[in-house]
Ligand binder design. Structure first.
Ligand code: HEM
Length: 168
């Protein structure tokens, strides 16, 4: 049982590293380089193709975080009855967990909005007319949602560390 728990924590950390590392790479290296390209059509296609490929890596990691996080909680003695009874968010560490899960829910919502609605619409409009104002507005929105998600992810990491090592 302990080995299974260690495997679950390992997967939890690995998924967080791959997901957050990928977002940092996209935001700090790839997107700024692509934006400097003179050919707008190539730039739009590159952003679209990279986004589509990373989308599934991101959702795979989020799924793994949910499953491994649930296993970690089970090892710490929490089950679904504690979710319904509210025991899971009692006490100072319960509040950290509650806040963490709330932010995870917001991240899932923002990711869905970014990956399945705003991002694809920005690409479609950009491919039809790269100078379109609406396409530019949607691109800016997608970019801000991505940055907000990264910021929330970093806060979730801090809450995860506090969960294990206690409050400051
Ligand atoms: C965006 C998603 C998430 C990220 C980035 C994340 C990140 C982390 C990090 C960095 C730790 C700290 C490990 C340590 O300090 O040793 C941690 C621990 C933990 N997380 Fe998450 N987490 C996420 C989602 C979840 C979810 C959805 C759950 C519950 C369903 C969860 C439950 C836990 C638990 C119980 C621990 C303690 C693990 C242990 O027993 O050592 N996490 N998480």
């Amino acid at each position: 049982m302990h080995a299974f728990y260690l495997l679950s924590v390992w997967l939890h950390l690995l998924a967080a590293m791959i997901w957050i590392g990928g977002m940092v790479f996209l935001a700090m290296a790839l997107v700024p380089v692509i934006r400097r390209l003179k050919d707008q059509e190539v730039a739009t296609t590159l952003i679209h193709e990279t986004g589509m490929r990373f989308r599934w890596v991101g959702w795979g990691c989020l799924g793994l975080l949910l499953v491994s996080g649930t296993v970690n909680l089970a090892y710490r003695g929490f089950g679904w009855t504690d979710v319904w009874s509210g025991r899971i968010v009692q006490g100072p560490l319960g509040q950290v967990l509650g806040f963490k899960l709330l932010l995870v829910a917001v991240i899932l919502l923002i990711s869905a909005l970014h990956d399945f609605l705003i991002g694809p619409r920005a690409t479609a409009l950009g491919q039809a007319d790269p100078t379109s104002l609406e396409a530019r507005r949607l691109r800016r929105q997608a970019s801000w949602l991505g940055r907000l998600n990264l910021l929330l992810a970093l806060i979730v990491v801090a809450l995860g560390v506090m969960l294990v090592r206690g409050l400051p």
